[in-house]
Design a protein around this ligand. Structure first.
Ligand code: KIV
Ligand code: ZN
Length: 485
């Protein structure tokens, strides 16, 4: 009888700790709703003590996303735990996740605490969290570099204090799969009371082993895996949710485990997270990369045409990826458009959202002869979240060439005031950014300018993601047009 593996998604907490991946409350809520549709068991929504924004986001998710457990992170510190509880107290299924480092290197150099004091603090804070919330998760940070005897002692003590989930993090992505599997087996065999709680793992990808380590842990008794969409996370990221889930599904002959993930929602979730965080997915990324189901060589194409199983171990449809088809054109009506949206998995759009998407589709159909599924997805994703417009670009003029210094003139409006400026730059994009900086009188650092063609061909839609930094805050904007400038 296959055993269930709980999927604990930490995209909105550890994933959001990826450099440059910050999300606002609305964006986090959209992602949390999509994670609910995906069927995750738990969502770690954030670290409420970290900032007011984090607190608000966790609270909003706790109040609006009712099916999964909503988890808030807290150091083993009373104020952190109070703030975490304040954020999730109205959740249908709240959980406080508290942690303290237990490896010699962390205790000595980071905490500057003696092991016995760390143990005492862990017990006190788990008991305190338990007095507020029935469901309490405890993590010994840097668990894989912790002396096993000390690890066993602290785990027994926090279980006695009321922990319901014990999570073993490979915080620095140091473990090897066999070694990590043995550690989990050792915990199963040596920690009194472990059979009464959920044993979880949390692997980082510094050596590219996060997924392999999570799977080794599952084979040795872990019941929950902590992971992120697209493997986002600190440094090299966390274990990728889509990879763990698809391994268990595709190799069900090898693994006697299952998850409750609706795998057909994987592609949509991955695209949404990439879009909202501005973190692009490498083309050859397993499961969700653009090339994951592409067959380039003639031999492979021939094989796939005769029988897909020759080179495909899972179907694109199983992750919700439809073959991009030429779907609609200039003369397609609203009904056909709406039907196609449903087939593409956009079944939760409101009447107004469909109307607005249909107008944008008609505008695009005037410029582009064949509209593909990917164009429609991009049109919808572009509007997932919009903030009210402050400035409106009235026009821009560019002169550029291989023997000219690029210059750009822009006219921008805000509150009935118009601002016109010109600037030279290293290419038309640079010149335009400089002219905009001057017109709005705000200087920002351009962190990333990323242009990708949504489909192929000269008339392809171009999608641009821009990340700017001002006073330490990162802002992300996106635009979609057949004119890439
Ligand atoms: O990597 C880590 O150790 C963590 C803990 C807070 C669980 O993210
Ligand atoms: Zn982590």
């Amino acid at each position: 009888m296959p055993k269930k593996i709980y999927i604990f998604d930490t995209t909105l907490r550890d994933g959001e700790q990826s450099p440059g991946a910050s999300l606002n409350t609305h964006e986090k809520l959209e992602i949390a709703k999509q994670l609910e549709r995906l069927g995750v068991d738990a969502i770690e929504a954030g670290f409420p003590i970290a900032s007011k924004g984090d607190f608000e986001a966790v609270k909003t998710i706790a109040e609006n996303v009712r099916k999964p457990v909503i988890v808030a992170l807290a150091r083993a510190v009373k104020q952190d735990i109070d703030r975490a509880w304040e954020a999730i107290q109205y959740a249908a299924k709240p959980r406080i996740h508290t942690f303290i480092a237990t490896s010699d290197i962390h205790m000595k150099h980071k905490l500057r605490m003696e092991p016995e004091d760390v143990l005492k603090r862990a017990v006190e804070m788990v008991s305190y969290a338990k007095s507020l919330c029935e469901d309490v998760e405890f993590s010994p940070e840097d668990g894989t570099r912790t002396r096993p005897e000390f690890l066993y002692r602290i785990l027994e003590a926090v279980i006695d204090a009321g922990a319901t989930v014990i999570n073993i993090p490979d915080t620095v992505g140091y473990a090897m799969p066999e070694e990590f599997g043995s550690l989990i087996r050792g915990i199963r065999e040596n920690v009194r009371g472990i059979e009464n709680v959920i044993l979880s793992v949390h692997c980082h990808n510094d050596l590219g082993l996060a997924v392999a380590n999570s799977l080794a842990a599952i084979q040795n008794g872990a019941q929950q895996v902590e992971c992120t969409v697209n493997g986002l996370g600190e440094r090299a990221g966390n274990a990728a949710m889509e990879e763990i889930v698809m391994v268990l599904k595709t190799r069900s002959d090898f693994f006697d485990y299952y998850t409750d993930i609706v795998t057909e929602q994987i592609y949509r979730t991955s695209t949404m997270v990439s879009h909202l965080t501005g973190m692009h997915i490498q083309a050859n990324k397993a499961i969700v990369g653009n090339n994951a189901f592409a067959h380039e060589s003639g031999i492979h194409q021939h094989g796939v045409l005769s029988n897909r199983q020759t080179y495909e171990i899972m179907t694109p449809e199983s992750i919700g990826l439809k073959q991009s088809q030429m779907v609609l054109g200039k003369h397609s009506g609203r009904h056909a458009f709406e039907e196609r949206l449903k087939e593409l998995g956009f079944s939760n759009l409101t009447h107004d959202e469909i109307n607005s998407a249909f107008h944008r589709f008609k505008d695009l159909a005037d410029k582009k002869k064949f509209i593909m599924d990917k164009d429609i997805e991009a049109l919808i994703n572009e509007k997932v979240l919009e903030v009210p417009e402050t400035y409106e670009l009235e026009y821009f003029h560019i002169s550029s060439g291989n023997t000219l210094v690029a210059t750009s003139t822009v006219k921008i409006r805000s509150d009935n005031e118009a601002y016109e400026e010109a600037a030279c730059g290293d290419g038309p994009v640079d010149a335009t950014f400089k002219a905009i900086d001057r017109a709005v009188g705000v200087e920002v650092t351009l962190e990333d300018y990323y242009l990708r063609a949504v489909t192929s061909g000269k008339d392809a839609l171009g999608e641009v993601t821009v990340k700017i930094r001002k006073n330490g805050d990162v802002y992300i904007g996106r635009g979609l047009s057949t004119d890439v400038i």
